[in-house]
Write a protein that binds this ligand. Structure first.
Ligand code: SAM
Length: 464
């Protein structure tokens, strides 16, 4: 017969069933674990029983060491999971003869039913099957989906399920569909996903009272130091749900490509006249758009709360009562250090690590606590220190560190064009200038820098 699907996907309630499981090894144990999660009891047929079955002892009844067709009496579902292919097929044939649904592990041809790869956000379950043809591919797909489906999805589904029960008969199916469409796009749904249940019921009540629940909000999201693989799951999810994104120079194209395609893009890094959009204008734009009902993604390089003005950007929102979330990102210090093979702390080198800014004040002066910074036994990471590098290095020496104290500059850290220039305080400015570093660069000062030659990934080591 011509068919599009070799199997029909179906969820089966097994809570009131005893499932016959033939086989007592590791594979059978995995099946038993899944079945008991769904409330099934297990009738086990096996000569030897894996000790792992002890954890579900109350749900397992050992029927005997050997399979006999009479054991199928009253059975509706059977799983053959022995390492003996002939025995598995005998079990399958006996089941087929009695109209019992059977699954034979790793043998789709002998199986009436097959089990999928599962993403568990109970009560939401996502099943992926490849008709038994490419189980490894199905598992890979599952891993990918695992990364994008929030762990709080189950909480969201439970809330909707409970509320639908309460609302049964009070609203018609069309209203119900519209309510949940609105709800899923609301800040309340987002809050539920990360464990805050306080907004959910009031949002539903507001909708029932005839109000709109489409409310804007701002997500202040750290995009990390540049490698898209370093995004958090949450960052990626919000990037794919926003109406508009406000971004700046530090966020590379490879990360912007992951933002929802039809979201509006607003660049706030530099204007055409090369001046940064004033902070007050960015703050006002975030507020204006959220109040107009948009889900606004403010995407920032690294971590928004580390030299990212994140605090300044959410202050007006907090004052105006606009919902917002802050999502941390990997800060440049962590990213650059890891990818350059320079541990920021190390028992033999540094017990303290300080992050400071090398950005000069409007009067051109650096205002830094030099007595605290110019010390051995610690690592100092200087953000925004490229243009003031010579002043910084000279100040470290003037306040007590030797001229041959190790330091390094990491440019475009974690990105394919990362460059590391290693030197000492006395010569790093010259080396950096000769190398022509001009992208985002981070200065690391401390004897941990000496570890770069051994711990740096070979392709990313500085030329010595
Ligand atoms: C305004 S600060 C933002 C820092 C960001 N919020 C963070 O947590 O990484 C910009 C500075 O961060 C550093 N930086 C950011 N990304 C970097 C990267 N990929 N490689 C090297 N330095 C980087 C540079 O010192 C740059 O001048």
């Amino acid at each position: 017969m011509d068919m599009d699907w070799p199997y029909f996907p179906l969820f089966v309630r097994v809570a009131d069933l005893e499932v016959l499981l033939v086989g007592g090894g590791e594979v059978a144990l995995r099946k038993a674990r899944l079945l008991t999660k769904a409330g099934a009891r297990i009738a086990l047929v096996s000569e030897s029983v894996h000790p792992g079955f002890a954890e579900m002892a109350t749900a397992v009844r050992v029927m005997g060491p050997r399979f006999a067709p009479e054991q199928l009496e009253g059975v509706r579902l059977c799983i053959a999971a022995t390492s003996d292919e002939t025995l598995n097929r005998q079990v399958a044939a006996a089941c087929e003869a009695r109209g019992i649904w059977v699954n034979v592990v790793d043998d789709p041809l002998a199986s009436r039913v097959i089990t999928p790869a599962i993403i568990d956000r109970s009560p939401v379950l996502i099943a992926i099957g490849s008709a038994g043809q490419a189980p490894v591919l199905a598992r890979r797909l599952r891993e990918r989906l695992e990364a994008t489906i929030p762990f709080g999805t189950g909480r969201l589904a439970r809330f909707i399920g409970e509320a639908r029960k309460r609302l049964k008969g009070r609203i018609n199916p069309d209203q119900s569909r519209r309510l949940w469409e609105y709800f899923l796009d609301s800040p309340a749904a987002e809050a539920l996903l990360h464990g805050d249940e306080t907004l959910a019921q009031p949002t539903v009540d507001q909708w029932l009272a005839g109000g709109q629940i489409r409310q804007g909000e701002v997500w202040l999201v750290g995009a990390g130091p540049g490698d898209p693989d370093l995004l958090t799951f949450k960052a990626l999810r919000l990037m794919q749900s926003c109406d508009v994104v406000l971004f700046d120079r530090l966020v590379p194209g490879a990360i912007m490509d992951l933002v929802r395609r039809d979201a509006e893009r607003v660049f706030v890094g530099k204007r055409r006249d090369q001046h940064t959009v004033p902070q007050a204008e960015i703050n006002a734009e975030l507020l204006r758009r959220a109040q107009a009902g948009q889900r606004v993604l403010r995407l920032k390089g690294g971590d928004p709360f580390i030299f990212g003005r994140g605090g300044e950007e959410i202050e007006p929102l907090a004052r105006a009562g606009v919902p917002f979330q802050v999502v941390p990102g990997i800060t440049a210090a962590s990213g650059c250090a890891a990818y350059a093979g320079i541990p920021l702390t190390h028992r033999d080198h540094a017990q303290t690590c300080l992050f400071v800014t090398g950005h000069a004040r409007a009067d051109g002066q650096l205002s830094l606590p030099w007595d605290t910074l110019a010390r051995r036994g610690q690592t100092v990471v200087v953000y925004m220190g490229l243009s003031t590098l010579d002043v910084l290095c000279a100040a470290f020496v003037a306040h007590g560190l030797p001229g041959d104290w190790p330091c390094a500059m990491v440019e475009n850290g974690t990105q394919p064009n990362q460059r590391v220039v290693v030197g000492v305080l006395a010569d790093l400015p010259r080396r950096v200038s000769e190398a022509g570093l001009s992208g985002p660069s981070l200065l690391i000062v401390g004897s941990v820098v000496g570890l770069h030659q051994t711990l740096g990934m070979p392709a990313r080591r500085a030329a010595s």
